[in-house]
Design a protein around this ligand. Structure first.
Ligand code: UT7
Length: 349
């Protein structure tokens, strides 16, 4: 049986560091509030005009490809996870294919927000296991800083998010004791609107009875993106933070236990849990619930904020670079976010 191994991993974060105190210039917030509620001290913001989600993904991909000992021309499939694509369409996968002068291979974009990278990894894993592809590039990248409301109105969302990218190269291995052991994908669309960016979109106020603020007086031809939307700041993400938090602290432990149990393991067997970096308080709650030690969980939200689809590959890459993940280690990746979607992956490094 073939297993997918991570043959190379890379990350990229922009140079520009934005501290909590820097945000005070734009909104009514404080370093104390942000650190106490989220654990975040600073985040990176991409260069406004020179960096995009794709360019950051490209930088992370170059490192992952080099570390896998191959060239961009060896990649035979791309899976690119992001919620902040360069264009509404086409996706970032083809832009990365062009930038790295790759062959005319397939490129798939995944739009599963915070669980996007684990979903993307799972898709790639299936193609490797069936023998269809030999070198799949999986990327998670986000440029949030370009689309957040930095006024006080948007502070519950804008203080959380940061920019960056991570990438891995998946390859097949005949060694059953290495690589991805299983992936677990879930969704519950019941609360889709409580963490969402409604516009631009084709909903045409369809869900307005749910009490979430959508555009009001759009006329024909203006439905997708109207002046009114912009005037009412409805072109920014919306989040009912406490509701998301409550669901996250249930679903994170659930999917981690599912992954462990399916493979005959328990929490104490884990060498490293890489939780999606949503909020340090969520990660600490999950750690406590599963009885994990500080050495068993990796967090870097303090430095980068929540980078959505990029957060897991960035954290995984950094943990590995710091020598905290070694060959043979049992590693669990777990994510929860908008949708809701949540996902887990268990692997032997
Ligand atoms: O990765 C995607 C998935 N997302 C998540 O997992 C996020 C989950 N949720 C959270 O992380 C938390 O709910 C937040 C960090 C977003 C918010 O923390 P909270 O402890 O749930 O605060 P809250 O939304 O209940 O707001 C508490 C107070 C409110 O003021 P009042 O009504 O008590 O006077 C907010 O207006 O804090 C206020 N507030 C702020 N104050 C200063 C909200 N944002 C800010 C801010 N600075 N940035």
């Amino acid at each position: 049986m073939l297993r997918s191994i991570i043959a190379g991993i890379g990350m990229y974060v922009p140079e520009n560091i934005v501290t909590n105190n820097d945000l005070i210039k734009y909104m009514d917030t404080s370093d104390e509030w942000i650190q106490e509620r989220t654990g975040i001290k600073e985040r990176r913001f991409a260069h406004r005009t020179e960096e995009t989600t794709t360019t950051m993904g490209v930088e992370a991909a170059k490192i992952a490809i080099e570390r896998a000992g191959i060239t961009p021309q060896d990649i035979d499939f791309i899976v690119f996870a992001t919620l902040s694509p360069d264009y509404y369409f086409p996706g970032c996968g083809v832009l990365l294919q062009r930038a790295l002068k790759m062959k005319e291979i397939g490129a798939l974009d995944v739009r599963n927000q915070c669980s996007g990278f684990v979903y993307a990894l799972s898709v790639a894993d299936q193609f490797i296991k069936t023998g269809m592809y030999k070198n799949i590039l999986v990327v998670g990248a986000e440029k949030h800083s370009f689309g957040l409301d930095f006024s006080t109105r948007g502070r519950n969302v804008s203080v959380i998010f940061g920019d960056g990218a991570g990438a891995v190269v998946l390859q097949p291995s005949a060694n059953e004791n290495r690589g991805i052991l299983s992936t677990h994908l879930h969704s519950d669309g019941e609360s889709a609107e409580i963490l969402a960016m409604y516009n631009p979109g084709t909903h045409a106020n369809h869900w307005a009875d749910k009490n979430y603020a959508f555009f009001d007086d759009a006329t024909i031809g203006e439905m997708f993106m109207s002046h009114s939307m912009i005037d009412h700041a409805q072109n920014f993400p919306f989040m009912d933070g406490p509701s998301v938090f409550k669901k996250a602290v249930v679903k994170f432990p659930e999917v981690i236990m599912e992954a462990l149990q399916q493979n005959g393991y328990q929490p104490s067997d884990l060498n490293m849990l890489i939780p999606h970096q949503a909020n340090l308080r969520i990660a600490q709650f999950v750690q406590q619930k599963l009885g994990l030690t500080d050495q068993q969980v990796y967090n870097n939200i303090q430095k980068y904020g929540n980078t959505t689809a990029a957060s897991i590959p960035i954290a995984l890459c950094e943990a590995w670079q710091d020598g905290k993940i070694k060959q043979g280690d049992l590693v669990c990746l777990a994510a929860f976010g908008s949708g809701f979607t949540w996902a887990g992956a268990l692997l032997k490094w």
